[in-house]
Design a protein around this ligand. Structure first.
Ligand SMILES: O=C(O)[C@H](O)COP(=O)(O)O
Length: 219
Protein backbone atom coordinates (compact mmCIF):
# COMPACT_ATOMS: atom_id res chain seq x y z
CA UNK A 1 0.00 0.00 0.00
CA UNK A 2 1.29 3.44 -0.88
CA UNK A 3 -0.09 6.83 0.13
CA UNK A 4 0.03 9.24 -2.83
CA UNK A 5 2.96 11.64 -3.17
CA UNK A 6 2.70 15.13 -1.70
CA UNK A 7 -0.30 16.99 -3.14
CA UNK A 8 -0.64 20.73 -3.73
CA UNK A 9 -3.02 20.81 -0.72
CA UNK A 10 -0.54 18.90 1.46
CA UNK A 11 2.09 21.51 0.56
CA UNK A 12 -0.31 24.28 1.66
CA UNK A 13 -1.20 22.32 4.83
CA UNK A 14 -4.87 22.26 3.83
CA UNK A 15 -7.55 19.67 4.65
CA UNK A 16 -8.20 17.85 1.39
CA UNK A 17 -10.50 14.83 1.64
CA UNK A 18 -12.44 14.49 -1.61
CA UNK A 19 -10.96 17.68 -3.16
CA UNK A 20 -9.34 16.57 -6.40
CA UNK A 21 -5.89 18.15 -6.24
CA UNK A 22 -2.75 17.18 -8.17
CA UNK A 23 0.79 16.34 -7.06
CA UNK A 24 3.58 18.86 -6.40
CA UNK A 25 7.02 18.34 -7.98
CA UNK A 26 8.06 16.88 -4.62
CA UNK A 27 5.05 14.53 -4.77
CA UNK A 28 6.11 13.32 -8.22
CA UNK A 29 9.62 12.67 -6.90
CA UNK A 30 8.13 10.77 -3.90
CA UNK A 31 6.13 8.57 -6.28
CA UNK A 32 9.33 7.70 -8.21
CA UNK A 33 11.15 6.98 -4.94
CA UNK A 34 8.26 4.72 -3.83
CA UNK A 35 8.56 2.84 -7.14
CA UNK A 36 12.31 2.38 -6.63
CA UNK A 37 11.62 0.91 -3.18
CA UNK A 38 9.16 -1.52 -4.79
CA UNK A 39 11.64 -2.65 -7.45
CA UNK A 40 11.44 -6.42 -7.91
CA UNK A 41 7.75 -6.64 -6.97
CA UNK A 42 5.30 -7.83 -9.58
CA UNK A 43 1.64 -6.98 -9.20
CA UNK A 44 -1.34 -8.71 -10.76
CA UNK A 45 -3.70 -5.87 -9.97
CA UNK A 46 -3.55 -2.21 -8.95
CA UNK A 47 -6.29 -0.53 -6.90
CA UNK A 48 -6.70 3.18 -6.44
CA UNK A 49 -9.28 5.83 -5.61
CA UNK A 50 -10.97 8.10 -8.16
CA UNK A 51 -8.84 11.05 -6.96
CA UNK A 52 -6.04 12.09 -9.27
CA UNK A 53 -3.29 12.42 -6.67
CA UNK A 54 -3.59 8.66 -6.07
CA UNK A 55 -4.14 7.76 -9.74
CA UNK A 56 -1.09 9.74 -10.92
CA UNK A 57 1.04 8.18 -8.15
CA UNK A 58 -0.15 4.72 -9.24
CA UNK A 59 0.67 5.47 -12.90
CA UNK A 60 4.16 6.69 -11.99
CA UNK A 61 4.82 3.52 -9.96
CA UNK A 62 3.48 1.25 -12.71
CA UNK A 63 5.52 3.08 -15.34
CA UNK A 64 8.74 3.01 -13.34
CA UNK A 65 8.30 -0.75 -12.72
CA UNK A 66 7.32 -1.44 -16.35
CA UNK A 67 3.99 -2.75 -15.09
CA UNK A 68 1.83 -0.43 -17.21
CA UNK A 69 -0.08 -3.44 -18.55
CA UNK A 70 -1.37 -4.48 -15.12
CA UNK A 71 -5.13 -3.87 -14.77
CA UNK A 72 -6.10 -1.03 -12.49
CA UNK A 73 -9.40 -0.56 -10.66
CA UNK A 74 -10.36 2.95 -9.56
CA UNK A 75 -13.02 3.06 -6.88
CA UNK A 76 -14.64 5.91 -4.92
CA UNK A 77 -14.57 3.50 -1.96
CA UNK A 78 -10.79 4.03 -1.73
CA UNK A 79 -11.15 7.84 -1.64
CA UNK A 80 -9.69 9.79 1.25
CA UNK A 81 -11.98 10.33 4.25
CA UNK A 82 -14.35 13.19 3.41
CA UNK A 83 -13.28 16.25 5.40
CA UNK A 84 -16.67 18.01 5.13
CA UNK A 85 -16.65 21.77 5.69
CA UNK A 86 -12.97 21.66 6.74
CA UNK A 87 -11.73 20.93 3.25
CA UNK A 88 -9.63 23.68 1.76
CA UNK A 89 -8.98 25.22 5.22
CA UNK A 90 -5.47 25.54 6.63
CA UNK A 91 -4.78 23.04 9.45
CA UNK A 92 -2.75 25.50 11.56
CA UNK A 93 -5.47 28.14 11.23
CA UNK A 94 -8.11 25.72 12.49
CA UNK A 95 -5.81 24.85 15.42
CA UNK A 96 -5.75 28.53 16.34
CA UNK A 97 -9.52 28.86 15.85
CA UNK A 98 -10.80 25.61 17.42
CA UNK A 99 -7.85 24.50 19.57
CA UNK A 100 -5.20 21.82 19.19
CA UNK A 101 -7.18 19.04 20.87
CA UNK A 102 -10.32 19.57 18.74
CA UNK A 103 -8.21 19.48 15.57
CA UNK A 104 -6.45 16.34 16.80
CA UNK A 105 -9.86 14.70 17.36
CA UNK A 106 -11.07 15.67 13.88
CA UNK A 107 -7.87 14.35 12.32
CA UNK A 108 -7.10 11.23 14.31
CA UNK A 109 -9.98 9.99 16.46
CA UNK A 110 -11.87 7.01 15.02
CA UNK A 111 -15.34 8.37 15.74
CA UNK A 112 -15.06 12.18 15.53
CA UNK A 113 -16.94 13.65 12.53
CA UNK A 114 -15.61 16.91 11.07
CA UNK A 115 -18.10 19.79 10.53
CA UNK A 116 -20.46 18.74 7.75
CA UNK A 117 -21.16 20.34 4.38
CA UNK A 118 -24.68 21.81 4.15
CA UNK A 119 -25.43 19.61 1.13
CA UNK A 120 -23.40 16.88 -0.55
CA UNK A 121 -21.50 17.78 -3.70
CA UNK A 122 -23.37 17.18 -6.97
CA UNK A 123 -23.12 13.67 -8.39
CA UNK A 124 -20.86 14.43 -11.35
CA UNK A 125 -17.74 12.88 -12.88
CA UNK A 126 -16.72 9.71 -11.03
CA UNK A 127 -19.75 10.04 -8.71
CA UNK A 128 -22.32 10.29 -11.51
CA UNK A 129 -23.79 6.87 -10.81
CA UNK A 130 -23.23 6.84 -7.06
CA UNK A 131 -26.42 6.65 -5.03
CA UNK A 132 -26.93 10.13 -3.59
CA UNK A 133 -27.33 8.63 -0.11
CA UNK A 134 -23.71 7.42 -0.36
CA UNK A 135 -22.34 10.91 -1.09
CA UNK A 136 -20.81 12.02 2.23
CA UNK A 137 -21.10 15.48 3.76
CA UNK A 138 -18.21 14.65 6.17
CA UNK A 139 -16.86 11.35 7.49
CA UNK A 140 -15.30 10.09 10.68
CA UNK A 141 -12.67 7.41 10.12
CA UNK A 142 -15.32 4.95 11.34
CA UNK A 143 -17.73 6.04 8.60
CA UNK A 144 -15.00 5.91 5.95
CA UNK A 145 -14.03 2.44 7.24
CA UNK A 146 -17.61 1.26 6.56
CA UNK A 147 -17.20 1.95 2.82
CA UNK A 148 -13.48 1.11 2.48
CA UNK A 149 -13.42 -2.35 4.05
CA UNK A 150 -16.15 -3.87 1.82
CA UNK A 151 -13.91 -2.95 -1.14
CA UNK A 152 -10.99 -4.77 0.47
CA UNK A 153 -13.13 -7.80 1.33
CA UNK A 154 -14.68 -8.04 -2.16
CA UNK A 155 -11.81 -6.95 -4.41
CA UNK A 156 -8.49 -7.41 -2.63
CA UNK A 157 -8.84 -10.36 -0.25
CA UNK A 158 -10.14 -12.84 -2.89
CA UNK A 159 -7.12 -12.07 -5.09
CA UNK A 160 -4.79 -12.50 -2.10
CA UNK A 161 -6.40 -15.87 -1.41
CA UNK A 162 -5.67 -16.68 -5.05
CA UNK A 163 -1.98 -15.89 -4.41
CA UNK A 164 -1.95 -12.57 -6.30
CA UNK A 165 0.31 -9.65 -5.32
CA UNK A 166 -1.49 -6.35 -5.42
CA UNK A 167 -0.71 -2.68 -5.13
CA UNK A 168 -3.12 -0.27 -3.44
CA UNK A 169 -2.37 3.42 -3.98
CA UNK A 170 -4.62 5.51 -1.77
CA UNK A 171 -4.75 8.11 0.99
CA UNK A 172 -3.73 8.61 4.62
CA UNK A 173 -7.09 7.71 6.14
CA UNK A 174 -7.91 5.02 3.58
CA UNK A 175 -4.66 3.26 4.44
CA UNK A 176 -5.20 3.79 8.19
CA UNK A 177 -8.59 2.06 7.83
CA UNK A 178 -6.97 -0.82 5.93
CA UNK A 179 -4.16 -1.14 8.50
CA UNK A 180 -6.78 -1.20 11.28
CA UNK A 181 -8.67 -4.01 9.57
CA UNK A 182 -5.65 -6.06 8.47
CA UNK A 183 -3.82 -5.82 11.81
CA UNK A 184 -6.94 -5.80 14.04
CA UNK A 185 -5.97 -2.52 15.73
CA UNK A 186 -8.40 -1.15 18.35
CA UNK A 187 -10.54 1.98 17.84
CA UNK A 188 -8.31 3.78 20.38
CA UNK A 189 -4.92 2.66 19.10
CA UNK A 190 -5.58 3.63 15.47
CA UNK A 191 -5.31 7.21 16.76
CA UNK A 192 -1.50 6.86 16.86
CA UNK A 193 -1.03 5.39 13.38
CA UNK A 194 0.46 7.74 10.77
CA UNK A 195 0.99 7.08 7.07
CA UNK A 196 3.67 9.08 5.21
CA UNK A 197 3.42 10.16 1.57
CA UNK A 198 5.11 7.71 -0.81
CA UNK A 199 6.31 5.22 1.83
CA UNK A 200 5.38 1.70 0.66
CA UNK A 201 3.82 -0.50 3.30
CA UNK A 202 4.32 -4.17 2.49
CA UNK A 203 2.40 -7.10 3.97
CA UNK A 204 3.02 -10.80 3.33
CA UNK A 205 0.13 -13.12 4.17
CA UNK A 206 -0.21 -16.85 4.60
CA UNK A 207 -2.93 -18.83 2.81
CA UNK A 208 -5.45 -17.82 5.52
CA UNK A 209 -4.54 -14.13 5.27
CA UNK A 210 -2.66 -14.07 8.57
CA UNK A 211 0.22 -11.59 8.41
CA UNK A 212 3.59 -13.36 8.08
CA UNK A 213 5.64 -10.24 7.62
CA UNK A 214 5.22 -6.50 7.42
CA UNK A 215 7.57 -3.52 7.19
CA UNK A 216 5.26 -1.25 9.19
CA UNK A 217 7.11 0.39 12.05
CA UNK A 218 4.99 0.37 15.20
CA UNK A 219 5.57 3.09 17.78
O1 LIG B 1 -7.23 14.88 3.39
C1 LIG B 1 -6.23 15.40 3.89
O2 LIG B 1 -6.18 16.56 4.33
C2 LIG B 1 -4.94 14.60 3.97
O3 LIG B 1 -4.82 13.80 2.90
C3 LIG B 1 -4.87 13.77 5.22
O4 LIG B 1 -5.10 14.58 6.25
P1 LIG B 1 -4.86 14.20 7.79
O5 LIG B 1 -3.35 14.08 7.96
O6 LIG B 1 -5.43 15.37 8.51
O7 LIG B 1 -5.55 12.91 8.03
Amino acid sequence: MVRHGESTANALNQYTGWNNVGLTQEGIVQAHVAAKKLKGFEFDHVHTSVLKRAIITAYIIQDELNLNYVPITKSWRLNERHYGALRGLNKDRTRREYGVSQVHLWRRSFYSIPPQLQTPDPNVGPYKYLDRRSMPVAESLYQAYQRIIPYYVDQVAPRLLDGKNQLIVAHGSTIRALIKYIEGISDQDIDGVEVANGEPLVYDFDSKLNIINSNRTKK
